[in-house]
Design a binder for this molecule. Structure first.
Ligand SMILES: Cc1cc2nc3c(=O)[nH]c(=O)nc-3n(C[C@H](O)[C@H](O)[C@H](O)COP(=O)(O)OP(=O)(O)OC[C@H]3O[C@@H](n4cnc5c(N)ncnc54)[C@H](O)[C@@H]3O)c2cc1C
Length: 497
């Protein structure tokens, strides 16, 4: 480990914690004792069979499985900062099999509703796959398969949960996929102030995100994958477009240190994709922000419960997500500033004091026993959202280019399935994965600025207003207004519900 900073830390001192930190990528790295020792940069021009751009979960899982399937291939990963620097080292640690985007859109693919169901089943199976690899590779990332809870704290949220349950049953999901919890049933698992009920999905696990990213990078290396860090790729060129000595067939990943020429170049840069030439409007870099408390007292945990270690969210339009960490803290996240003009990305994850305060208020509201706990760290990161919110895996053998991402906030688990799918596509293995409906799925581009900024900020303003109205539903007019605003938000965004 090294304690090398990735930029200057900014310190604020909310509450009683003098060592509160803001930014520095994420608390998850601090909890591990600092950033990993830096791997070397690309030493100069190179040739490879497969070049992967980006060492987050998508790039690392793909490299790991590719080397497992074809040990003879030279697989090179080029990472702008260090393995796990992006969302993969900053997220909420939900390994969730939640379906991404709209099952109706996937069902419009050639395999119809059966294809959409197959994708959902493959996502559910992936929880065990990740657990098994972590065990086999001795990746100690606090993996705990406790399932996932969504709680309703207003009548409107409860109505949305009931309608989601009806939708799930109509789709064919039984109790083995999702079940409803009454207020008292929920309280047996976790005590949330004002909770009216909840839903439980068994196919979900909690992890320490940075530990998974770091452990996965080491596991890929043990299989023979070469990872170069501090090596930003400035351009990706298809096979045939670049000419040159390695032959017309090679695609190129261009860096200031030289080109990597390879039969296949895979773009695994999710929330950072907009920075690459030609991809500016493909995936919107959506911000998400988190805070973590100091360890809570035994008395507080006695009151809260949460012994099943379920990942947890609420059913607000601008929802929060949380986990109980292995060392007895609460890590909680939400949208904060949702998007920066021109798809800009803040590298260090510094988070506005207003967002930190908003998360602290929500924490105290949901968990009164944690209301006075000091916050130790706040940070943010970017995830990739396609215009239709549906994730995709692409590979074109002719150009040698491929990519996966657009998980819209559910990439921790989906990146594993995407990595296995890219492996089969690149190696030409005709498997059940290569026909899943997210393979080749296309979404239209995001609008140019200023429409993009206005749309995303307008959307979250609507959602927050709807949530505020729903929290004081005494008058029928307020409840109706909240419903209308929420629906308008869904229509503007194209977020499928
Ligand atoms: C705060 C936060 C909380 C989240 N919580 C959850 C959660 O609980 N559950 C869940 O399922 N999902 C969650 N997500 C989303 C999830 O973390 C991501 O979808 C997932 O990690 C994406 O993995 P990735 O490898 O595709 O991208 P990333 O992890 O972002 O990795 C991309 C990598 O590419 C590198 N890179 C970018 N551009 C270049 C370039 N030009 N050249 C070389 N390298 C480059 C970056 O440095 C980065 O390391 C969260 C995201 C955030 C930000």
């Amino acid at each position: 480990m090294s304690n090398e900073p990735v930029g200057e830390a900014t310190q604020h001192t909310p509450g009683s914690i003098p060592h509160f930190r803001n930014g520095e990528v994420a608390w998850w790295w601090r909890a591990r004792g600092g950033f990993p020792a830096r791997r070397t940069s690309l030493p100069g021009p190179e040739e490879a069979d497969v070049c992967i751009v980006g060492a987050g979960y998508t790039g690392l899982w793909t490299a790991y499985y590719l080397k497992g399937a074809r040990p003879d291939l030279r697989v090179v990963v080029l990472e702008a900062a260090f393995a796990g620097f992006g969302a993969s080292g900053r997220n909420g640690g939900w390994v969730t099999a939640e379906s991404i985007g709209s099952r109706d859109l996937y069902a419009r693919g050639p395999s119809g509703p059966a294809g959409a169901r197959a994708l959902e089943a493959a996502l559910r199976d992936t929880v065990d796959e990740i657990g098994q690899v972590c065990a086999a590779e001795s990746i100690d990332c606090d993996f705990a398969a406790g399932g996932r809870l969504t709680v309703a704290t207003t009548p409107a949220q409860l109505a949305r949960l009931r309608s989601a349950l009806d939708g799930a049953r109509a789709w064919g999901d039984g109790e083995d996929v999702v079940s409803f919890l009454s207020g008292p049933q929920l309280a047996e698992r976790v005590s949330i102030a004002g909770a009216l009920g909840g839903m439980f999905w068994p196919h979900s696990a909690r992890i320490q995100p940075a530990s998974l990213a770091a452990g996965l990078a080491d596991a890929a290396q043990r299989r023979g994958v070469v990872i170069y860090e501090a090596t930003p790729v400035t351009e990706i060129l298809p096979g045939g477009a670049s000419g040159g000595a390695f032959g017309n067939a090679s695609a190129v990943a261009r860096t200031v240190f030289g080109d990597v020429r390879a039969r296949t170049v895979l773009r695994c840069t999710e929330g950072f994709t907009a920075r690459l030439p030609g991809a500016h409007r493909a995936l919107l870099p959506m911000n998400s922000s988190m805070v973590v408390t100091e360890p809570l007292s035994d008395a507080a945990w006695q009151e809260i419960g949460w012994n099943g270690l379920e990942t947890l969210s609420d059913e607000a339009h601008a929802y929060i997500y949380a986990q109980r960490t292995a060392d007895g803290r609460i890590a909680i996240g939400g949208r904060g500033v949702p998007y920066r003009y021109g798809s800009a990305v803040d590298d260090r994850g510094e988070t506005s004091p207003a967002t930190v305060e908003a998360l602290r208020m929500i924490l105290g509201r949901l968990f009164p026993a944690a209301a006075t706990a000091g916050l130790e760290h706040a940070w943010s990161g970017v995830l990739g959202v396609p215009r239709d919110w549906c994730a995709a895996v692409h590979y074109d053998a002719a150009s040698g280019l491929g990519w996966a991402g657009g998980y819209s906030g559910h990439g921790v688990l989906a990146a594993n399935l995407a990595g296995r799918t890219l492996t089969d596509l690149v190696t030409g293995e005709k498997s059940g994965l290569t026909t899943l409906p997210w393979v080749g799925h296309r979404s239209r581009s995001w609008e140019p600025e200023p429409a993009r900024w206005t749309g995303v900020h307008g959307l979250y303003a609507l959602y927050r207003t709807a949530d505020r109205l729903e929290s004081r539903p005494e008058s029928g007019t307020r409840a109706t207004a909240a419903r209308v605003l929420g629906r308008v938000g869904d229509l503007i965004s194209g977020i499928p519900h």
